[in-house]
Design a protein around this ligand. Structure first.
Ligand SMILES: Cc1cc2nc3c(=O)[nH]c(=O)nc-3n(C[C@H](O)[C@H](O)[C@H](O)COP(=O)(O)OP(=O)(O)OC[C@H]3O[C@@H](n4cnc5c(N)ncnc54)[C@H](O)[C@@H]3O)c2cc1C
Length: 403
C-alpha cells in the first residue's frame, strides 16, 4: 500500500503543525488551569485559526472552502491536538455541520446560514441530541420502543414549529451561533421514524443557553444546556423532511464523528510520548537518568507502539471513508470507523496513564506539580470514556461484523 501523502495533504499538515506549535501550545496549559469554565475560552485563537482555514476545513470547494478529504481532515485534527486536544475539537466541531449544510440543506438555508458561517471568524456550530435523561440511547439499538430516545417536543403552528424541552452537554454550547437540534415530531412511533432535525440560530425567540458545565478535562471546550421554552422555529429551517430527522443525521457515509475523535487522540498521544521522552532524560533515579532504566524503556516502547498503531489504523480508516463518500459500497460497509473510536479510547488512556506513572508525584497538579501537563493530558483522555456513548455500546452496535 502507498501511504505517501499528496502535496495538498502535506501542506495542510505542516500548516496545522506550525499553528499548533506557535499559537496553540503556548496558551494551552494556562487556559486549562483557569478555574472559571467559561473563561477558559479564547476568541483570539479561534479567529487566528479561522483565518488560516481551520474553522471551515469541511466546506466544499464549490462554496469556496478547502473541500479537504477525510485523510487531510484527520491529519489536521491530529496536528492541532498536539497543541491542545480541546482547541482542536473546537475547530473540527464545525466541519461536519458545515458539510451537512453544503450537501443536504436547501439553497435558501445555505444562503441564510452557510454563507454567514463562512464569512464570520466567530461563527461556531453545534449539534444537539443529548438530554438530561437520554444519552447512550443514541448509540444503542432498542429504537423500536417509542419510549426510548430524545423527548424534546416540536409541534406545528402554521409556518412555524414550537419547540419545548431541554438539551444538555452540547458542544460549543455557550459560544455557538447555530445548532442542529433533534426533536420529536411524533411520539407514537420509534424515534427513527418520528424525529425531525431543526436549524436553530441562537437569536430564535424562546431559545436560550442554560447551565455551562465545568469539566475535569477538555476545559477549553464549551459544553452547555440548551433550553427551549415555546421556541418558534420557521418550517423553512427543517433539514430534509418532517419525521426524516434520523435519515438526515445518519445518511452521511463519512462517519466523521468516530474518525474525528480517533484523529484527535493520536495528536494527544504524540505530545504525551514527546513529553515523556523529555522527562525521562531529565529525571534521575538510582544515580542515573530514568531513561537508562529498562523498566522505563519498556513503558516508552509500549507508548510508542500504541501511538503508531493508532495512527496507521486512522489513516487506513480515513482512506476507506473517503472511498465510501465517493460511492464505494464495499468500503462503506467496513466497521473500522466504529472500531477506531473504541481503539483510540484504549490507546489514549493507556498512553497518558503511562506518562503520568513516569512522572509520579511530579505529574500531579493537585500537589503543586512540576509538570502539570502530564495531569492535563490524562484528564483530557478521560473524556473519551463518555463521548458519544461508551465503548461497549459501540461494540454492540457493530457486532454484526463479527457474525
Ligand atoms: C465533552 C463532551 C461533549 C459532548 N458533546 C455533545 C454534543 O455536542 N451533542 C450531544 O448531543 N451530546 C454531547 N455529549 C453527550 C454525550 O453524547 C453523552 O454523554 C453520551 O452519549 C453518554 O450519555 P450519558 O452521559 O447520558 O450516559 P448514560 O446514557 O447515562 O450512561 C451511563 C452508563 O450507563 C450505561 N448504559 C446506558 N444505557 C444503557 C443500556 N440501555 N444498557 C446498558 N447500559 C446502559 C452506559 O454504558 C454508561 O456506562 C457530549 C459529551 C461530552 C463528555
Amino acid at each position: 500500500m502507498d501511504f505517501a501523502l499528496n502535496e495538498e495533504q502535506r501542506s495542510w499538515q505542516l500548516k496545522a503543525r506550525k499553528f499548533a506549535e506557535q499559537e496553540i501550545r503556548p496558551i494551552s496549559l494556562a487556559r486549562d488551569q483557569i478555574a472559571d469554565a467559561v473563561a477558559t475560552w479564547d476568541w483570539d485563537i479561534i479567529k487566528k485559526g479561522s483565518k488560516l482555514g481551520f474553522r471551515t476545513l469541511g466546506v466544499p470547494k464549490a462554496w469556496g472552502g478547502p473541500g479537504a478529504d477525510l485523510v487531510t481532515q484527520c491529519l489536521v485534527m491530529a496536528e492541532l491536538a498536539r497543541g491542545d486536544s480541546a482547541i482542536s475539537k473546537a475547530f473540527s466541531q464545525n466541519w461536519k455541520w458545515s458539510q451537512l449544510m453544503a450537501v443536504v440543506c436547501t439553497k435558501d438555508q445555505q444562503a441564510r446560514f452557510l454563507k454567514p458561517f463562512i464569512a464570520d471568524d466567530t461563527y461556531m456550530l453545534g449539534g444537539a441530541r443529548t438530554e438530561p435523561n437520554v444519552g447512550s440511547d443514541h448509540r444503542m439499538t432498542p429504537n423500536s420502543d417509542p419510549k426510548t430516545g430524545f423527548r424534546l417536543k416540536a409541534e406545528r403552528d402554521g409556518d412555524h414549529w414550537i419547540l419545548n424541552g431541554e438539551k444538555t452537554f452540547i458542544a460549543n454550547g455557550s459560544v455557538g451561533k447555530l445548532f442542529f437540534v433533534s426533536a420529536r415530531t411524533d411520539f407514537k412511533v420509534p424515534v427513527t421514524e418520528g424525529s425531525t432535525e431543526f436549524i436553530v440560530p441562537t437569536d430564535t425567540p424562546g431559545f436560550r443557553i442554560g447551565k455551562k458545565f465545568n469539566k475535569a478535562g477538555w476545559r477549553f471546550y464549551q459544553n452547555a444546556e440548551l433550553i427551549f421554552e415555546n421556541a418558534r422555529v420557521p418550517h423553512s429551517n427543517i433539514v430534509g423532511e418532517v419525521n426524516g430527522g434520523w435519515k438526515a443525521r445518519t445518511s452521511d457515509p463519512s462517519q466523521f464523528n468516530d474518525l474525528e475523535l480517533a484523529a484527535n487522540a493520536v495528536g494527544v498521544c504524540d505530545t504525551t510520548v514527546e513529553e515523556a521522552m523529555a522527562w525521562v532524560k531529565l529525571r534521575r533515579a538510582g544515580g542515573r537518568p530514568l531513561a537508562d532504566q529498562q523498566r522505563v524503556q519498556l513503558k516508552l516502547a509500549e507508548m510508542h507502539m500504541l501511538t503508531e498503531s493508532l495512527r496507521a489504523y486512522i489513516m487506513r480508516t480515513a482512506w476507506e471513508r473517503d472511498l465510501a463518500c465517493a460511492g464505494d459500497k464495499v468500503q462503506a460497509a467496513s466497521a473500522n470507523a466504529g472500531l477506531i473510536m473504541v481503539y483510540s479510547q484504549e490507546v489514549i488512556q493507556r498512553v497518558t496513564a503511562l506518562n503520568r506513572d513516569l512522572h509520579a508525584l511530579n505529574g500531579d497538579s493537585a500537589r503543586g506539580a512540576m509538570n502539570a501537563s502530564a495531569d492535563k493530558l490524562e484528564r483530557d483522555a478521560f473524556i473519551w470514556t463518555h463521548l458519544a456513548g461508551d465503548s461497549l455500546s459501540r461494540i454492540k452496535t457493530i457486532r454484526k461484523v463479527l457474525r
